[in-house]
Design a protein around this ligand. Structure first.
Ligand code: 13P
Ligand code: ZN
Length: 349
């Protein structure tokens, strides 16, 4: 069977294209990988053409012998549906988990993503965390999440609680919360390792001022996690930007009821962290004005008192004599009703 005729390849291409249409993949931003099942490998193996082995920065013994469909470095997600053989490829891990080689795709001299080490180490971590179920890693650059990372503390519990506060089902899709790591150079081993530490407890890692790195058992799950994080971030950004005071969010007791009723097992540390919702607008405006304008005592206009005798002798000043109180006018007899005219025509009714 040809790789591009398989369900896994079609689903992978659709996921990448959906990310592109959502605006999460400017230029060559983002990358993705899928760990094939043994059945899928046997379906497509006949078309493999192996290239030389390349050493991996770190050992990944639990991925020995596995095959991955993965995006090519520098490939633009907008082109994946049109040119999958250049923008994608399949790699195979050797029997010892210390080297990889290209076996399909990567036409026109392309190679796997610069985040290959991050993908491989994190596939290993997530495979262990999910007892072999996790198969997809997806990295994207969504705008609202990046904006949020500019103004939020990079604290995983606070970040998670703030996302959960925005959208009812965020806590359900994102039940392990997000982990926020420090800024690291894209494609670096440090970024791969810091992400792997974070992925031991969560399937969604925020790379501040960069993007989101998620995993899932299926492409629907991985994409759904990314979509939910970004949607909660978008609600947060829009509610902050509209200028109205923040008056409501999902409260601690609501979240804990939600967790109990759906058996979500939300962590108490994340559930009871204080969400960042911004200072209510009128308070903020008052504060800003108070800080911007230095306080000065109000200027009193000097008014010279004019002596009474001068006033009395001034020709222009007329003093009204005190008037006796007038009796109230007697009520007038009821007048006959005036005819009503409209546009000069007497109204009949
Ligand atoms: P690649 O084009 O090498 O996949 O890099 C894109 C990216 O988003 C790096 O983080
Ligand atoms: Zn990136």
């Amino acid at each position: 069977m040809k790789v591009l005729d398989t369900d896994f390849a079609k689903s992978f291409i659709r996921m990448c294209n959906d990310g592109w249409t959502f605006g999460w993949h400017e230029s060559n931003g983002g990358n993705a990988s899928y760990r094939l099942t043994t059945v899928e490998v046997s379906q497509v193996k006949a078309g493999f053409r192996a290239k030389p082995w390349v050493g991996i920065d770190t050992d990944i013994p639990t991925l020995a012998g596995e095959c991955f469909l993965i995006t090519a470095s520098g490939s633009h997600f907008r082109n994946i549906t049109h040119d999958p053989k250049s923008t994608l490829g399949i790699i195979e891990i050797d029997r010892t988990g210390t080297a990889w080689r290209e076996v399909w795709g990567f036409k026109d001299g392309t190679h796997p993503t610069s985040e290959l080490t991050a993908h491989l180490i994190n596939h290993e971590v997530r495979k262990a965390a999910t007892r072999g179920k996790s198969r997809v890693i997806y990295h994207c650059h969504p705008v609202n999440l990046a904006a949020m990372s500019c103004v939020m503390p990079h604290d995983s519990a606070v970040f998670t609680r703030t996302l959960w506060a925005q959208l009812a089902e965020c806590a359900m899709v994102l039940r392990y919360g997000v982990q926020v790591i420090g800024w690291e150079v894209p494609g670096s081993i440090d970024l791969a390792i810091e992400t792997a530490k974070a992925m031991e407890t969560s399937n969604a890692v925020v790379w501040p001022h960069h993007g989101l790195f998620v995993s899932g058992d299926t492409m629907d799950e991985a994409f759904g996690v990314a979509h939910t994080v970004e949607k909660a971030a978008e609600i947060w950004c829009k509610a902050r930007a509209c200028g109205m005071p923040n008056t409501s969010c999902i409260e601690d007791e609501d979240l804990s009821r939600f967790s109990r009723e759906y058996d979500l097992g939300l962590s108490r540390r994340q559930m009871f962290a204080k969400p960042v919702l911004g200072t209510p607008a009128p308070e903020r405006v008052k504060l800003e004005v108070a800080n911007a304008v230095p306080k000065k005592p109000p200027v009193q206009e000097k008014q010279e008192k004019v002596p009474d005798e001068v006033l009395a002798n001034m020709p222009s000043v007329f003093h009204f004599p005190a008037e006796p109180a007038k009796a109230a006018p007697a009520p007038s007899p009821t007048q006959p009703e005036e005819p009503v005219y409209r546009f000069g025509i007497k109204k009949t009714s």
